[in-house]
Write a protein that binds this ligand. Sequence first.
Ligand SMILES: Cc1cc2nc3c(=O)[nH]c(=O)nc-3n(C[C@H](O)[C@H](O)[C@H](O)COP(=O)(O)OP(=O)(O)OC[C@H]3O[C@@H](n4cnc5c(N)ncnc54)[C@H](O)[C@@H]3O)c2cc1C
Length: 399
Amino acid sequence: MIDFELTREQIELQKRTRDFAQEYMLPYAHYYDKTGEFPLPIIKKCWEAGLMNLGIPTDYGGPGLGVQEQCIVVEEMAAGCAGMTTSIYVNSLGAEPILVAGTADQKESYLKPLTEDLKFISFACSEPYMGSDVAGIRTRVKKEGSHYVLNGSKFWITNAPHADYFTVFASLDPARRHKALCAFIVDADVPGLRTGPPVEKMGHRASATSAVIFKDVKVPEENLLGEEGEGFAIAMKTFSLTRPAIAAFSTGLARAAMEYARAYVAKREVFSQKLQEFQVIQFKLAEMYMKIEASRLLYHKAAWAADKGEDATVSASVAKAYATDAAMEIASEALQIHGGFGYIDQYPLEKLFRDAKLYQIYEGTSEIQRLILGRHVLAGYEPAMEKIPSWKSKGKPEF
Ligand SMILES: Cc1cc2nc3c(=O)[nH]c(=O)nc-3n(C[C@H](O)[C@H](O)[C@H](O)COP(=O)(O)OP(=O)(O)OC[C@H]3O[C@@H](n4cnc5c(N)ncnc54)[C@H](O)[C@@H]3O)c2cc1C
């Protein structure tokens, strides 16, 4: 039997996170959105509440939760503040390559500290000249004795100004594209590594984003993740495990937008009637609800596949592409329902609208998800109808 019910533990985790989001995120979301400050006090509370670094196994001091639980948590948090959630969740993204390909020593040295104290790890893949085309990474790496030496720059790296460690992707030879990529763990305080100032952003303003520059940065050979040339596969595996969470982020944001719209239409009067009396408005709410339900089911399915150890690439792309587009549409419609009030700072809709946009961009744009899915339909997908008889072959049945 297919089971759509959460377990008792998952419901408890969901409630704990919902309470956290309502007490510590939502009331401060406006402040951090306006100022663009890094919400360190909130993230500290989150770490203390045990709601961060959820995928780290118990052997290394973490709770060892699955992708499904991480999705449940980020749906709740993103309904509180998308920007804060990005800064909180990026530790999971940064740590995922170590979970995917790290040795026991690497996990002990770099995952355990994340659970002993509040530390930040960032995922450094994108560069000024490439984001979607991961195989096109230009940051160079060269082996020199027992070290690797990194040169190049990364851009849009979440939490970079606060990071203690980075997982970094670099190329032995850009001409060999994905075959030459390597992944490393890099300490943030090594000579030659510097981060740029946080960039101004339209949304997720509570998360810090900046460049990372490597100038002759020496990385000990024991910090190579997997083997030379495995960087591309490590990055893709990482995305298959983290994209379901981006779909869950989107679901949380969309749910909040729908709930604000629901509250608004119950009190706003137009043409001597409450907005909620108009069928056009009810239909808008119905559309939002359908899309939120579908988004949640899709992220659960992708997370379920990931937790079973299956290759979740396709279901993660389905969930991310669908849920992020849905969140953008829902944020837009919820803002529309608020009329002029939706466009100004009096309600959170204009923030949700700005925040929703990022989901269609980071961790693989909506177009990249469709590229993956198009290729799947053409090459990986197994047709359900093995034998398709030629059309008009039989005419009238004789039985
Ligand atoms: C706030 C923020 C935080 C981020 N955090 C991180 C982070 O922590 N770590 C990290 O590594 N990166 C991060 N990123 C980078 C992000 O993942 C990239 O911006 C994203 O992957 C897109 O890359 P790009 O910006 O270079 O766009 P491009 O790759 O230049 O794409 C431009 C446009 O062309 C489209 N396009 C590209 N290729 C194709 C194609 N083959 N077919 C059709 N259309 C195509 C894209 O979909 C997009 O619409 C972050 C970005 C932002 C904005």
